[in-house]
Each structure stands twice: as structure tokens, then as C-alpha cells.
Design a binder for this molecule. Structure first.
Ligand code: TPP
Ligand code: MG
Length: 375
């Protein structure tokens, strides 16, 4: 790959800022939507290899997401929660962690999971209904998805306090949505993390919607400012700018790692697809709004930057070919996933065998025998 050369500085995005529905500080932005370095971005550390890695991560993550959506539409997955548009938030943040740091996701962090080394099969299996959770969190340090909004922020805070007591310098990062910040759990987690100086980063993907509830109906003050009120250091960043997200998260992680206490990052982004495959966003939002955000697409933005910086077609062709292979292998692997064994229902509830589970298993076997007798 050729060395990157500098690209022109962008003009401020006044029109897009005017569309933001809340009183927020201007988010840190290094790359403008047309792929130019902003004034802030010109002072930012730019690592050529990281930039191409993050492009590849985002591109592959989007291909996985699209293939999973297709599989659900064809009846092969029960449900899928799309990450379309949120790739820079996920890639920029997870790439700022060490492999030994812990991640407590919400439920749409497939792109981050892929970067962490989870296989597409692991990521899909829960949504095909063949496992309760698809991976080994101890090996990956990427915890299971939590569908109970905000609960993961409490688990993450407790874990971070534990790490502090253990005297290790690993950090916890937890993903949370804008809507979930209305849960008491999240507010308790922020407060408890602050008073314990926990080594944790709360990464809020503010995608502007909580299913059909727009964030203007959810809160009025800016989310990052709420965290400041709890005593956390907080940032707001353009969540569609992988470079800025990475740099801001790196600053947050190093603050937490060095004993500075918890940090909250609000990543200003947008869910370009529906909430899940069970949702039709055309019922509650205007196409014009989505169009505004399409023009801020995180992948196009980085591609424009890379092309202007001298990265040639060969690189993009290679990544696209890799995406084609990934999409095909995801489909095959999904269709080959083995059906669960019913007895696992009783043997995998507790780490060790449990008498109540034994009773339930015996009851179930008795029930099956009545079915056989009736035939
Ligand atoms: C405790 C709880 N209440 C309600 C729900 C139903 N629910 C699922 S997703 C969702 C919206 C969440 O929005 P947000 O936190 O912004 O995350 P996003 O889906 O936008 O990523 C709601 C209300 C739930 N899963 N858990
Ligand atoms: Mg949301």
C-alpha cells in the first residue's frame, strides 16, 4: 500500500449540526462526511495501518449485518438487530482496547464482536435459536448480549470494581443505547462507577432512536452532560467518524486504566435500518431524516479519505472480495448450525448439576413418555 498523503481541510458542517435534535456540545470530528480532515483532525495522530484496518472491519461488519438480515427474511433467523450506520462507533471504540480488556455489549454490537474475534456463526447462533448465548465470554472477554436494557452497565461496573480490587490494569468498556440511559440501572451504574473510581468506559451509541421513540421524547439535556453530573469525565464524538471515535476512546481508556476513574462517551450516530427485523421504521420516521444520515455514512467517509490519501483500487477490491467470501460463508455456516439437544435445557442452567434441574428433567422425561404412550 502506498503511504497516505494529507487531504484538504473541510468546512464546518453547519447544516447537519442544525438537524441534531438536542442541546449538545459539538462532537469531536476528525473526518468530515466527504472524507476530508477537519481542523481538529489535522492535529490528530493518524496511523495508516489502523485506518485501513478500520475500513476493512467496518466493511466486513456491514456485509455480515446484511447477510444476517437476508437470512432472517428467508426464515433462517428468528430475529436480527441491525448495526447499519453504527460501524464507526463500534470499530473505532473496540479497536482502542487491548485484547485483555473486557467488553459488556448490549445487543447490536456484531461489528465490535467480529473485531474481537467472534466468528459469524457464534454471532448468529443465538438469533437462530440454537443456543442461549453463542460464545465463551471468558476466552473472548466479550460478554453475552443483554436484552434487558441497561442491565449490562451494572454488570460491567461490578466487574470493573472487581478488576480494581484485583490490582490488574485491564479496563471494562460497556456499550449502551440512548434509550437505555432512561433506565434506573444505567443511572445507578454511572453513580456507582463514579464513587468507586471504577476503571470503566461507558460507550453510548446515541443512534437517535429507541425503537420508535425519538430521543427528543426521551430526554432534553445532553447525555454526556448527564454523566458529568454523576462525576464522570465525559466526551461527545461524531460516531460516524472512526478516526475520531478511536482517538476519543483511546483517551478515555487510558484515563480509566491509569486510575482516573470512569468515563462516558456519547457517540453521535444513527441507526439507518429498522430497530430489528420486526420493526418497520417507515411507520414512525421520515425518509428525509434517513437521507441526511446516509450522506454521513461512516464507511463511505473513510473510503473517500483513504482514496484521497493514495490508497489504490487493489486494496478496495481485496476487501470487497473478502466481503463476498464472508457473506457466502456466513450463509453456509448458518444453515449448518446444529439443532440444540433438548436436555441441554436442564444441564446448562447452572455450572454444576443442580437437584431442582434434575427434578425438572425427570418431569420432562415423564411427560415425553405420556406422549409416546398416547401414540
Ligand atoms: C428493561 C427493558 N425495557 C424495555 C425493553 C424493550 N426494548 C428493547 S430495545 C428498546 C429500545 C432501546 O433503545 P436504545 O437504548 O436507544 O438502543 P438501540 O436499540 O437504539 O440500540 C426497548 C424499549 C427491554 N428490552 N428491556
Ligand atoms: Mg438508540
Amino acid at each position: 500500500m502506498t503511504a497516505l498523503r494529507s487531504v484538504p481541510v473541510a468546512s464546518p458542517e453547519r447544516s447537519v449540526q442544525a438537524l441534531l435534535p438536542r442541546a449538545a456540545a459539538i462532537p469531536t470530528q476528525y473526518l468530515s462526511p466527504d472524507g476530508n480532515l477537519t481542523e481538529q483532525g489535522r492535529g490528530a495522530p493518524i496511523d495508516d495501518a489502523l485506518m485501513t484496518t478500520m475500513f476493512r472491519d467496518m466493511y466486513l461488519g456491514r456485509r455480515l449485518d446484511q447477510q444476517a438480515l437476508n437470512l432472517q427474511r428467508q426464515g433462517e433467523l428468528g430475529l436480527w438487530l441491525m448495526s447499519l450506520g453504527q460501524e464507526a462507533s463500534q470499530v473505532g471504540s473496540i479497536r482502542a482496547l487491548r485484547d485483555t480488556d473486557y467488553v459488556f455489549p448490549s445487543y447490536r454490537e456484531h461489528v465490535a464482536g467480529l473485531c474481537r474475534g467472534l466468528t459469524p456463526t457464534q454471532l448468529l447462533s443465538q438469533w437462530r435459536g440454537v443456543v442461549h448465548a453463542g460464545w465463551d465470554w471468558e476466552a473472548t472477554r466479550f460478554h453475552f448480549y443483554s436484552l434487558v436494557l441497561g442491565s449490562q452497565t451494572l454488570h460491567a461496573t461490578g466487574y470493573a470494581i472487581g478488576l480494581k480490587h484485583d490490582g490488574v490494569d485491564d479496563v471494562v468498556l460497556t456499550y449502551v443505547g440512548d434509550g437505555a440511559t432512561s433506565q434506573g440501572d444505567v443511572n445507578e451504574a454511572l453513580n456507582w462507577a463514579a464513587v468507586n473510581d471504577a476503571p470503566i468506559v461507558f460507550f453510548c451509541q446515541n443512534n437517535n432512536w429507541a425503537i420508535s421513540t425519538p430521543n427528543r421524547a426521551q430526554y432534553r439535556g445532553a447525555l454526556h452532560r448527564r454523566a458529568t453530573g454523576f462525576g464522570l469525565r465525559s466526551y461527545i464524538v461524531d460516531g460516524n467518524d472512526a478516526l475520531a471515535v478511536h482517538d476519543v476512546t483511546q483517551a478515555a481508556v487510558s484515563h480509566a486504566r491509569n486510575g482516573g476513574g470512569p468515563v462516558f462517551i456519547e457517540a453521535d450516530t444513527y441507526r439507518m435500518a429498522g430497530h430489528s427485523t420486526s420493526d418497520d421504521p417507515r411507520r414512525y420516521r421520515e425518509d428525509a431524516e434517513t437521507e441526511v444520515w446516509k450522506a454521513r455514512d461512516p464507511i463511505t467517509r473513510l473510503e473517500l479519505y483513504l482514496r484521497a490519501s493514495g490508497v489504490d483500487d487493489d486494496y478496495f477490491s481485496e476487501v470487497r472480495a473478502e466481503g463476498d467470501d464472508l457473506a457466502e460463508s456466513v450463509r453456509k455456516a448458518c444453515l449448518q448450525l446444529e439443532e440444540p439437544v433438548l436436555t441441554d435445557l436442564f444441564s446448562k442452567v447452572y455450572a454444576e448439576q443442580h437437584p431442582v434441574m434434575d427434578l425438572q428433567h425427570a418431569e420432562h422425561l415423564r411427560f415425553l413418555s405420556t406422549l409416546e404412550a398416547a401414540q
